[in-house]
Design a protein around this ligand. Structure first.
Ligand code: TPP
Ligand code: SF4
Length: 422
């Protein structure tokens, strides 16, 4: 049987004595032990010295952004449907610090990847800054007095997050079995390899012995988790499907008379029902066979100030959702008028419905005064304005809007009997 090579002939790219070389060789040995075809393996590397190994491996390799390799690998794993494919991540303690949330999240979801953390206790590639894994008392070129806080125990963190397999090893000699067991795990597996960076770590801590540092830091060298766990019920696909059902299925049941795309803007105040009214109008337009886009605008302090919505409706597919000026503008409050003024200024024609008592926006558009708030109350002024316009322009049947409004909680919210008095 021909044995396929996994590493090419070029010398490994690391400094003499760098622990990263041992990880590369042990990973090669592990893949070989498992009898995997190199092209069944995807190696995702992070930024850092360890990441320059990807040019040496004859597997598929992907180089990620710093700290993001786990997220990238999770996506790759989700897209593969062949159990023979194995996704392996190489990441440093620096990348694991920056991307800790990705690691915890992937372990929690038990995503089927193997993460090999090259913990050399500092940021190697950029000259030896401390990471959150640097042990207490350990010195680095930029921290000559030594770290004051104790470093993370990533194995305990990741095991408690829900990973299927977690193991810490000292990165000397043959530790390929630990990597092989991780790669053959069906679920999230992590191997933390304790290493040394001769160029920065040894120089800053003369006489330091790797095993002693690990021991004194209270980092146990052992298996922290092994064996498959039940996946969380919240990831069950049938639950997600039922969440989407109601919002996805709007069937066209009414006709429409719209010849061209048009844009309707509603502008009022926070708490004035603008966003709900726009959504109901959008749903009604969809049930009349129109293509619809809806965009809300409001300040970050959502409870005060203006609230506006722009609804594009079209008999054709909408390929661009922007619009420089609305064709129809419905303004229900002074806040809304202030927000809408720049848009109104661009209206060379079209129609503006202004609530009673508001100042004219003085544009090229026709302006009509409609008593919205006074007739129906400020909370329903926007939906009333949209119904008033629909009754005026007859783009699609008013029944489409009434169907939406008479469903469930909406029917209790709006004063349906008063809404049809124009
Ligand atoms: C988001 C981001 N922050 C910072 C850097 C700069 N940077 C490049 S390599 C590196 C250190 C990498 O250290 P580590 O992940 O521990 O890997 P090692 O070099 O030790 O193998 C840093 C900080 C970067 N490339 N991207
Ligand atoms: S600087 Fe340190 S981590 Fe980077 S290759 Fe050299 S020894 Fe390894």
């Amino acid at each position: 049987m021909t044995v396929m090579p996994l590493l090419n002939d070029a010398p490994l790219p690391f400094c003499k004595g760098c622990g990263h070389s041992h990880v590369a060789k042990n990973t090669e040995k592990a893949i070989r032990r498992l009898g995997l075809d190199p092209l069944d393996v995807v190696l995702v590397t992070d930024i850092g010295c360890h990441g320059i190994i990807d040019k040496s491996f004859l597997t598929h390799t992907v180089h990620g952004l710093h700290g993001r390799a786990v997220a990238l690998a999770g996506g790759i794993s989700a897209g593969l449907d062949n159990p023979k494919n194995r996704v392996v991540v190489f990441i440093g303690d620096g990348g694991a610090t920056i991307g800790m949330q990705h690691l915890v999240g992937a372990a929690h979801r038990d995503i089927d990847i193997t993460v090999v953390v090259h913990n050399n206790m500092l940021y190697g590639m950029t000259g030896g800054q401390p990471s959150d894994f640097t042990p207490s008392g350990f010195k680095t070129p930029t921290l000559p007095d030594g770290k004051s806080l104790q470093g993370y125990d990533i194995c305990r963190q990741i095991a408690s997050a829900g990973a299927s397999r977690v193991e810490r090893v000292i990165g000397v000699g043959d530790f390929s079995e630990a990597i092989a067991k991780a790669i053959s795990t069906n679920g999230f597996a992590l191997v933390e390899v304790m290493e040394i960076c001769p160029s920065h770590g040894v120089k800053a801590n003369p006489g330091m012995k790797l095993k002693k540092v690990v021991e004194e830091s209270g980092l146990e060298v052992k298996v922290f988790a092994s064996g498959k766990k039940e996946r969380s019920a919240s990831l069950h696909p049938s639950i997600s499907q039922s969440l989407l059902q109601e919002s996805l299925e709007i069937h066209p049941v009414y006709p429409n008379s719209l010849a061209h795309r048009m844009s309707v803007m509603v502008a009022g105040s926070a708490g004035g029902g603008v966003q709900s009214a726009a959504e109901w109008f959008a749903r009604a337009a969809m049930s009349s066979g129109l293509d619809v886009t809806l965009r809300g605008a409001y300040p970050v302090t959502v409870g005060v100030g203006f609230s506006a919505a722009q609804i594009n409706i079209s008999p054709e597919p909408i390929l661009y959702t922007g619009s420089s000026a609305p064709d129809v503008l419905i303004v229900t409050s002074a806040d809304g008028a202030d927000y809408a003024r720049p848009f109104a200024a661009k209206m060379a024609d079209g129609l503006i419905l202004l609530d009673e008592g508001l100042e004219s926006l003085s544009t090229g558009a026709e302006e009509l005064r409609v008593p919205m708030s006074a007739r129906i109350g400020s909370r329903d002024a926007s939906v009333y304005g949209l119904l008033w316009y629909l009754n005026h322009a007859r783009l699609f049947p008013i029944e489409a809007m009434m169907d939406v409004l008479t469903v469930g909680a909406r029917s209790r919210r709006v004063k349906i009997e008063k809404l049809l008095q124009f």
